[in-house]
Design a protein around this ligand. Sequence first.
Ligand code: BES
Ligand code: MN
Ligand code: ZN
Length: 498
Amino acid sequence: MELGTTTSAASRRASDCVLVGVYADGDLGVGAADIDQSSKGVLKKLVKDGDLNGKVGSSLLLTAVAGVRAKRVLIVGLGKSNNLTISKFRRAISTAAKLIKSSKIADVVSYLNLESVGETDAYYAARYTVETIGCELYRFTETKSGRPSRGPALKEICIAVASRGDAAKALRGAEHGQAIVGGMSLARDLGNLPPNICTPAYLGRTAQKLGRQYKSVTTKVLGEAEIKRLGMHSFLSVTSGTELPAKLIVMQYKGAGKDKPIVLVGKGITFDAGGISLKPGPGMDEMKFDMCGAASVIGTMAVVAKLKLPVNLTVVVPTCENLPSGTATRPGDIIESMAGKTIEVLNTDAEGRLILCDALTYSRRFKPAVILDVATLTGACVIALGHHHTAVMSRSDALARDIMAAGVAADDRAWQLPIDGEYEQQLKSNFADFANIGGREGGAITAASFLSKFTSDMNWAHLDIAGTAWKSGSAKGSTGRPVPMLSEIVLRHCHATA
Ligand code: BES
Ligand code: MN
Ligand code: ZN
């Protein structure tokens, strides 16, 4: 996609399509007002006649408007004028993108901006615009037979800005948005691929491909012999029921010399049948998404490498399957983690924490400035927060707050759950140092408490994305979340959002 900015008035800009907004109370956005003037009142008349109501989600496509250079004028509703939010802004752009997707429009110039939303500026408006259009154009066709139909015609997005001063900001925002879309699309592809294709080895090859694509990224993929040598018996206990070999993927991006890295650890269970604690049949196919944590951290690596950010980033992905078999771990088995702590496996379906605890221990060698693990960890998280917020849990309220703020800025939100010491009591075991489950109550929190035992002295937070990483039902598929939030965290770390 080509990206650009313009200071031309909407009516003067030659293009396939100019995108402008009207408000529900009849107010016209900047671009719309200009179109209205040069067309001698076409838009005001449409409003008056009730053909343009300005509701979010509504749209109208006009062609050959007199006095307007562009071939088409696409008008979208922005809701009440004093009440525009980032989410409404993005819904309006999605509406436009759906129309553009099925049209022959090859270039669009957007006059939608966030003027009326407090703090946001040209950078974020451009970034949301490109990200939203990019996400709407995403298609997953790899596993359909036949030749895929040709993709959308759109080749160029141009962002209209009020001043030359805003142009540089907007271009930067557009480029960041494009990189984020790229990272999200990679994460979505990995999530959507079936578990017989997206195996641990496939994830490893994908990471290696990024290493070849970007000189600044080095990728190592460790096999089971090395994983064993490292003493990661908790991780290995999860893979013992499957024929497919487990992998430990380690990617390092160096953009800031000797600075301590941000470390992202992603859960990479390519299929979670539950193991001997077998899951019920209905909906089990969705457990192919149990590697979305891994997909999101690899996707974020792609964003950072693409933007050549001045930061050091390390990605660690433990990846395997969780299947039942004669060699699988039994409920009651006691295993020794890499950190030396013993774990009583009371439920083999609580496997995410078992692979993550060893990956977190392994990650200590990188001396992280901050370490985040990202995982589709618990059904309890979906019950607690539903599908809109990722859960964030940390011993550091300051870190949790920073993450939530990044989520708001990226419009990929997170909400904090507590992990006070009391919850740890639920993990008591009569036979080992602790158990891998803590009962139904506060299930998302006890999972985090388990991980916190392995992250002492680290600036650590846990992100449970079980509710946000994919959608069920007719729109079943991977969302690419939380790539935008993770990207924002990294961008903020190196002060690159201005
Ligand atoms: N991958 C699942 C979590 C999950 C379940 C995500 C449903 C999205 C929807 C995880 O490995 C799991 O099975 N967790 C168990 C933990 C329990 C046994 C303590 C769960 O949440 O039921
Ligand atoms: Mn499980
Ligand atoms: Zn799982």
